[in-house]
Design a protein around this ligand. Structure first.
Ligand code: M6R
Length: 606
């Protein structure tokens, strides 16, 4: 999704804007631009393509330079990626950058067209820039308030008025924006990594709050223009944590981060060998009173919820429904005050998940957020939050965030099963102890990536692929399939192994590789029968199972084993080869692993 940055201070601002924008590249974008106060005028440069294309364009058109400016990376929604649709938008009087969607932009455009405004771009953003210009009578604050009364939808805006050089106005609703402060300098940004090179101190802008950055000072106002005091936050990770280090891509670095991420997430929630989620407001007493649990999330986070469902239902015997957030919102779910809705999100800003949470709250249902980004919208608005401490996840393909989401689901399942008497204290301790062994097991798997590299070399020219599994392995294979397709662009589907013969097996030929996940001892033989079915139809078969499992060597073309642990915990280790296979396949295909086409890291529009 779009990225916004802004800078006011003594540094050369073009340098700062470009550097900060580069730290938001992970969000996904197709054009970039900046606007800078130069000799009292707002000068803009923008270009379709990457930040480097913008830099090259500046070499031709002339680099702009100054000490106050705004910048943007655009992920196209209204209008194709093009120079003219790129941000910033505006004219000599007022210039803006915008993240979000202005839902009533057509109405505003008609109004402005009647007033004689001519539009250059197809964007919704240009209507906001022109509306600001239209309403402006010398007082920026009043102008912004008036515009906020008119526009509907979601927005994070950085605004500069020609009459106020050295000043940036910032406002947001349902799109993230932070305001950071250094020594006599101030920044705006869509996300914390953008400012870490300069400062770790920042404020979270609340809904419809207006920030004014003026020559390095920052003031906040509510939507009526009354001044506000805000609490400053300090980023809990530094620039290094948001860097690749010696790894060629963020994705592989983040796969390797997983053992530490699990420890940081799990260790503080184990007290005397037992799971303890009280600091998040989730006592045993509270947990056991819920009648039904709903897990609502998107993409990989939803897949973590599917594993959670199997584990909670199996251990605690409480019914869990997992929904894709965009569906949950519109299916009129039956929620009661005795239920719990768990929202899972790495970014904490996913628009559909955020709206699903609001729906649950309107129904009076308790909401628990499992979120990675501190202070994000979902984390702030949920009744309870369990933070996953994965650190910044930069690669679009989520790996370590999934891993820590799983960890939290295990803690919830163990707590709930113990709270409602389905497992004894001894059994609970044993499960917790098994969970703490997972990081070492992942370290072991990561020492020998060669088998996954080999599998990737076998898959690299495939057009289609099937992942199969049963039970927890089916839930896991969905994540394996998503990982592969999003970064390798090979079409892949995940199928319940037992369901294959009801239609989909007709697709299986020697052209259709199959990755079978079979880590659940009670289902192993059944899955192997399905493996034999696809193998006998010519498929190249990769089998992922655990060490010690007796397997007929002929059953699959390649067998990958991971260390053995309690069956319930197998998804945590078995996902690692699936992540590695996806990663190496993408690398072999020469793709942009960390920034796959068309995708954004944080999906802040519906
Ligand atoms: O930030 P979130 O966890 O809410 O994001 C949800 C999905 O967009 C995300 O998991 C997506 O599916 C990943 N790109 C998958 O790797």
């Amino acid at each position: 999704m779009c990225g916004i940055v802004g800078y006011v201070g003594a540094r050369e601002c073009t340098e700062v804007l470009l550097n900060s924008l580069s730290k938001l590249e992970y969000r996904g974008y197709d054009s970039a631009g900046i606007a800078v106060f130069e000799d009292g005028e707002i000068r803009t440069r923008k270009s379709k393509g990457k930040i480097q294309d913008l830099v090259s364009k500046m070499e031709t058109e002339g680099r702009i330079t100054g000490h106050c400016g705004i910048g943007h990376t655009r992920w196209a929604t209204h209008g194709e990626p093009s120079d003219v649709n790129s941000h910033p938008h505006g004219n000599a009087n007022v210039t803006i950058v915008h993240n979000g969607i202005i839902e009533n932009y057509k109405k505003i455009k008609e109004f402005l067209t009647r007033k004689g405004y001519v539009f250059e771009s197809e964007t919704d953003t240009e209507t906001v820039a022109k509306l600001l210009d239209c309403f402006y009578e010398g007082n920026p604050m009043q102008t912004i308030q008036r515009v906020l009364d008119e526009i509907e939808g979601s927005y994070a805006l950085g605004i500069m008025f020609r009459d106020y050089p050295g000043r940036i106005y910032a406002v947001r609703k349902d799109s993230p924006l932070i305001v950071a402060v250094g020594e006599n300098e101030a920044f705006i940004a869509s996300d914390v990594p953008a400012i870490l090179k300069y400062t770790k101190n920042y404020y979270l802008l609340e809904q419809d709050e207006i920030a004014v950055l003026d020559n390095g000072r920052v003031e906040f106002f509510d939507d009526h223009g009354a001044p506000k005091k805000k609490q400053m936050l300090v980023a809990d990770f530094d620039e290094e944590a948001a860097k690749k280090g010696n790894y060629p891509h963020y994705m592989i670095k983040e796969i390797h981060d997983q053992p530490v991420s699990i420890k940081t997430t799990v260790t503080p929630r184990i007290v005397n060998g037992m799971p303890n989620l009280e600091e998040c407001g989730m006592t045993y007493e509270r947990l056991k009173n819920y009648k039904n649990i709903f897990v609502v999330a998107c993409g990989t986070a939803m897949h973590a919820g599917l594993v959670g469902k199997y584990v909670i239902e199996k251990l605690a015997r409480v019914s869990v429904t997992v929904d894709v957030a965009s569906e949950f919102r519109y299916r009129d779910p039956i929620l009661s005050k005795d239920d719990l809705v768990i929202l899972v999100s790495q970014s904490g800003e996913t628009a559909d998940t955020l709206e699903a949470m609001r729906l649950a709250k309107r129904n009076g249902t308790d909401t628990l957020a499992i979120v990675n980004v501190k202070g994000s919208s979902i984390a702030r608005d949920a009744d309870m939050v369990i933070y996953t401490h994965a650190g910044p996840e930069i690669s679009v393909a989520s790996t370590k965030a999934y891993m820590v989401q799983l960890s939290v689901f295990y803690l919830i399942a163990f707590s709930l099963a113990y709270a409602n008497g389905r497992i004894t204290e001894e059994e609970c301790r044993h499960l917790v102890e098994q969970l703490t062994q997972v990081p070492d097991q992942i370290e072991e798997i990561l020492k020998t990536p060669e088998n996954c590299q080999y599998v990737a070399s076998q898959l690299v020219n495939a057009d289609n692929l099937l992942y199969i599994g049963r039970g927890l392995d089916y839930a896991l294979s969905m994540e394996g399939s998503l990982k592969l397709k999003e970064i390798s662009y090979i079409h892949s589907e995940s199928y319940a192994a037992g369901e294959l013969k009801h239609g989909t097996i007709s697709l299986v030929t020697e052209e259709m590789p199959v990755i079978a996940v079979a880590t659940q001892r009670d289902l192993f033989e059944k899955t192997i029968s399905n493996v034999k079915e696809v193998k006998s139809r010519g498929a190249y078969v990769v089998l992922v199972t655990h060490e010690g499992q007796e397997v007929d060597k002929e059953a699959a073309d390649c067998i990958i084993t991971v260390p053995s642990i309690d069956d319930l915990l197998m998804p945590m280790t078995a996902v690692v080869p699936l992540q590695l296979i996806a990663y190496y396949t993408s690398v072999l295909r020469g793709n942009d692993v960390d920034k796959p086409r068309n995708l954004a890291k944080s999906v802040t529009v519906e």
